[in-house]
Each structure stands twice: as structure tokens, then as C-alpha cells.
Design a protein around this ligand. Sequence first.
Ligand code: FES
Ligand code: FES
Length: 183
Amino acid sequence: MTKQVQLVVNGEAYHLDLEPNRLLLHVLRDDIGLTGTKEGCSIGVCGACSVIVDGRLVSSCLTLAVGCQNKNIETIEGLAKDGKLHPLQQAFIEFGGFQCGICTPGQIMAAKALLDENPKPSEEEVKEWMSGNLCRCTGYYKILESVMAVVNEKISPDFQFRARRQEAKIQSLDVYKSVAKTE
Ligand code: FES
Ligand code: FES
């Protein structure tokens, strides 16, 4: 039997008919279409699925969506405002806090939850807090550097995000063709 639920995600209300056993992670991704939140371990260990619910960092892979009735849910998609990246998003780009990017939305949401509570944590406090967010690529130093750049106000005031140029994509396809010998 389904239950009618209202979820407030990034300030927008969604009215959904949900089975009581649906996980918040899957409802965000499959029903609402916000695929920024990632699924890693599915058992509450890796932090890839981290979102903020009523100000508290949670693993959405362990959270029942029906339990979030009328709660405020923040996901990575809600951080940029008026075309401007959140300082943490900017810092992860400027300071190279990601590689493959699978863990990145969870890392950024975890860091946001910390900085919302304590805008000036020490490096040790950041390390301790972020220890629940695993990364297989970066070696963690660049993630720490990115978060500390926000804490210490080191991000550039005039930063402008530039999407990858079209020619770059074409060039990499050409490289692929020659390596894979598809032509
Ligand atoms: S997918 Fe939720 S903690 Fe890993
Ligand atoms: S950037 Fe690849 S897992 Fe963290």
C-alpha cells in the first residue's frame, strides 16, 4: 500500500505516492530526477549518498522517504544560487578536490553540514567530520585543502566556471578512435 508524502527538496515541494519501504536515495534519483546524489555502498558506509535533512547530515541510502514528510531536504542540486556556485563547489573545482566525481556530491554536502554548524572548524575537526566520506581517487588531501580554502576564505572572489570546450570533447573522441582503431 502506498502513502502520500510531501517532500521539500531544495525549497520545492514534491507530492508523491510512495511505498513505505522506498529509500530517500532512490526517491530523489528515480522519482524526482535529482541524480546528483550518488549510490555507492548502499549500506551507510561510504557517504556518497549524503544529503542534509532538517539541517542534519544523513545517508539517504539508510533513510526511508516516508519518514521525511514535510522535512527540508538539501541536495547538491540546491547549492548553486542564481548561476553562482556555492563556495564549497567552487573550492572543489579550484583546488582539485575531485577526480572521478562519484564521491563529490556527498563530500560537499558533508562539508556543508559541518560549515553550517561551525564555519571555522580546525583542520583536525574537518578530517574527523569528513572521515565518513570515502574517496577512491584523490588521496583525501585535495578534499581537505578544498574545504579549508572555504574556511580560510582562500577561494577567488572573481572565479568563473567555464564548461569544457566543445573542441576538447571532439579531440578526445578522435584520440579514442585512433586508440580503439574504430576507423
Ligand atoms: S551509498 Fe549510502 S553510505 Fe554508501
Ligand atoms: S573522486 Fe573518485 S571516488 Fe572520490
